[in-house]
Design a binder for this molecule. Structure first.
Ligand SMILES: C[S@@+](CC[C@H](N)C(=O)[O-])C[C@H]1O[C@@H](n2cnc3c(N)ncnc32)[C@H](O)[C@@H]1O
Length: 343
C-alpha cells in the first residue's frame, strides 16, 4: 500500500498557481502597456468603456481584468464596473510612489528569454545572459534594447525617488562637504541630498550613457549643476572622484569580482577617514524576502549577481579594507552599511 500522504487540494492549487505565476506577471505587464491603470479614474468604469479608452478588444480586456482582479489588482463593483484598488493605483504613471516602471522592468522581454534557463544558471552557478544574447547585460541593454534601457533607468529613478527621501532623512552629514554617488543612476539620491543641504557638493558616477541622461537638475543649466561633477565611467575600473562620503546603493548586486573591484576602487580613491555607505536590499530581511529572493534569481540569470545577506556584505566590505560600523534599516526594504576608510 502506498503510505505517502496525498497532497491536499490546497497544496495542489497553490502549486498550480505558482507554476502559472508567469500569467500574473504577464497580466500586470499587459495592463500597464495598454494604459489601463491610467485610463481608469475614480469613477467605476465598464470593461467596454476601458477598452474604448485604450483601444483594445472589450471581451479580451474583460478577461485580462478578471485575471487581475482575482489577484487584488483592480476590483469589480458588483455591477460589472471596475474600480482601482490600492495595488492597481500604484501602476498609474502619476501616482507618487508609482510601481509602473518597476513592473515593466521585472517583466521586460529579455526576462522571458532568460527564466527558462534558470536550471542551467543554477547548475553552473553563473549567468546565462551572454550565451543567450551574445554580449553582457548592460552592453545589450544600451546597444540593442534602448526601450528596455529606458524602462530600467525610469524604474531606478522611481525607486530612487522613493528611497532618496528616506536616505536624506537618515543620513548624518556632519563633517561631509562632498558626497559621491557611485552607480548613482540618473542622480535622484544625489539631487535630493544637494537640495536639502545647500552647502553640499556632489559627484555622480555611472556609465556614460546614463550620466548623459542625468536628472535635469544636475545637468548644465540645472539648479544644482554648479555643485555637481558628472562622471561617465566604469566603477569596476576606477573611481576617479574625491569625496568625504561615497554612496554605493543597489550596485553591489553583480558578481563578487565586480563587487570586490568597486569596493577596492572606492577605498583607493577615498582619503583615510572618508565614509563608504553601502545601501542594499537584503535577502535575509524577512519583510521583503519574497521580492528580494526573486530579484536574487534574476540577478543570477542576467549578470551572475546576487542579493546579499548582512553577513556576506559586511565580509566583502571588510575584505576591501573598510571598517564596518552600523547596519541600519533605511526603510522597510533597504539597509545601510556604514563603512569607514581606516586612518
Ligand atoms: C540597480 S541600478 C542602481 C542605481 C542607483 N544607485 C539607485 O539605487 O537607484 C545600477 C546602476 O549601476 C550602473 N552601472 C552598471 N554598471 C556600472 C559600472 N560598471 N560602473 C558604474 N555604474 C554602473 C547602472 O547604469 C545603474 O544606474
Amino acid at each position: 500500500m502506498d503510505s505517502q500522504p496525498t497532497a491536499t487540494p490546497n497544496a495542489a492549487m497553490r502549486l498550480r498557481e505558482l507554476a502559472f505565476s508567469a500569467a500574473s506577471a504577464a497580466a500586470v505587464r499587459a495592463a500597464v502597456r495598454l494604459g489601463v491603470p491610467d485610463a481608469l479614474g475614480d469613477t467605476p468604469t465598464t470593461a467596454g468603456e476601458l477598452a474604448a479608452a485604450v483601444d483594445a478588444d472589450p471581451q479580451a480586456l474583460r478577461r485580462l481584468l478578471r485575471a487581475l482582479t482575482c489577484q487584488g489588482v483592480f476590483a469589480e463593483d458588483g455591477e460589472g464596473r471596475f474600480v482601482h484598488t490600492e495595488t492597481s493605483r500604484l501602476l498609474r504613471e502619476d501616482t507618487p510612489r508609482s510601481m509602473r516602471y518597476v513592473s515593466l522592468w521585472t517583466t521586460e522581454p529579455w526576462t522571458w528569454a532568460a527564466w527558462p534557463q534558470l536550471d542551467e544558471a543554477v547548475r553552473r552557478g553563473g549567468h546565462v545572459f551572454d550565451d543567450l544574447f551574445g554580449k553582457g547585460f548592460f552592453e545589450y541593454l544600451h546597444e540593442d534594447a534602448p526601450e528596455s534601457a529606458e524602462v530600467f533607468n525610469r524604474a531606478m529613478t522611481h525607486s530612487s525617488r522613493q528611497s532618496a527621501q528616506d536616505i536624506a532623512e537618515m543620513l548624518d552629514l556632519r563633517g561631509v562637504a562632498t558626497v559621491a554617488d557611485i552607480g548613482g543612476g540618473q542622480g535622484h539620491v544625489l539631487a535630493g541630498l544637494l537640495e536639502r543641504n545647500p552647502e553640499l557638493r556632489g559627484a555622480l558616477l555611472d556609465l556614460p550613457d546614463v550620466v548623459a541622461k542625468a536628472d535635469p537638475r544636475l545637468r548644465a543649466g540645472g539648479a544644482l549643476a554648479s555643485r555637481v561633477q558628472l562622471v561617465g565611467g566604469d566603477c569596476r575600473r576606477e573611481i576617479p572622484v574625491q569625496a568625504d562620503l561615497y554612496i554605493i546603493k543597489n550596485i553591489l548586486e553583480w558578481d563578487d569580482r565586480s563587487t570586490r573591484a568597486t569596493l577596492r576602487n572606492a577605498v583607493a580613491a577615498a582619503r583615510p577617514g572618508a565614509r563608504v555607505l553601502v545601501i542594499e536590499n537584503l535577502v535575509d530581511d524577512s519583510a521583503s524576502m519574497p521580492f528580494t529572493a526573486a530579484m536574487d534569481l534574476l540577478l543570477l540569470l542576467n549578470v551572475g549577481g546576487r542579493k546579499h545577506t548582512a553577513d556576506s556584505l559586511v565580509a566583502l566590505m571588510e575584505e576591501a579594507g573598510l571598517k564596518v560600523g552600523d547596519v541600519r534599516p533605511v526603510n522597510p526594504y533597504l539597509h545601510a552599511f556604514d563603512g569607514v576608510v581606516p586612518e
